[in-house]
Design a protein around this ligand. Sequence first.
Ligand code: HEM
Length: 123
Amino acid sequence: MPQLSIWYFRTAILFLIAGICLGLYMSITHKFEATGAHAHINLLGWVTMAIFGIYYALNPVQAASRIARIQYMLYTLGILVMAPSLFLMLTGNPALEPVVAISSLVTFAGVLLFAVILFSRKA
Ligand code: HEM
C-alpha cells in the first residue's frame, strides 16, 4: 500500500478515537452542545480521510506525487485546527469563530485539491 494511504488511515483512526471519545463524553454528561464538533471530527476526520486513503491505495502512481502529499498536509492541517476550535466555539468561546472560519477554508482547499487530483488522472 502507498505510504500516503497508510498516513491517511493512521490519521483517520486517531480522529475516530477522538470523535468517539467526544460522543461518549456527551452521552455520559448529557451535554450536547458539542454535537457539531463530534459530527465533523467523525465525518471529515474518519470517513472522508479513509475514503482518500482508499483512493490513493487504488492509484499508487498519484499517491506518490507531490501534489497528493500537499493535499494530505492541507486537508489534515485544516481539520486539526478546525476540530478543537469548533469544539471550543460551541462550548462557549465565540471569539474562536474566525479560527473556525479560516481552518474550514483550509479544509475545503484540501478537498478542492483532491478534486484537481481526481480530474487530472489519466484514464
Ligand atoms: C461510540 C461512538 C459514538 C458515540 C457514543 C456517539 C454519540 C453521539 C451523541 C451523544 C450525539 C448527540 C445526539 C443528540 O444531540 O441528540 C451524536 C450525534 C452525531 N453523531 Fe455520533 N457517536 C458515536 C459515533 C459516531 C460516528 C462513528 C459518526 C460518523 C461516522 C457519528 C456521527 C454523528 C452525527 C452526524 C451526529 C449528529 C446527528 C444530529 O445532529 O442529528 N457518530 N453522536
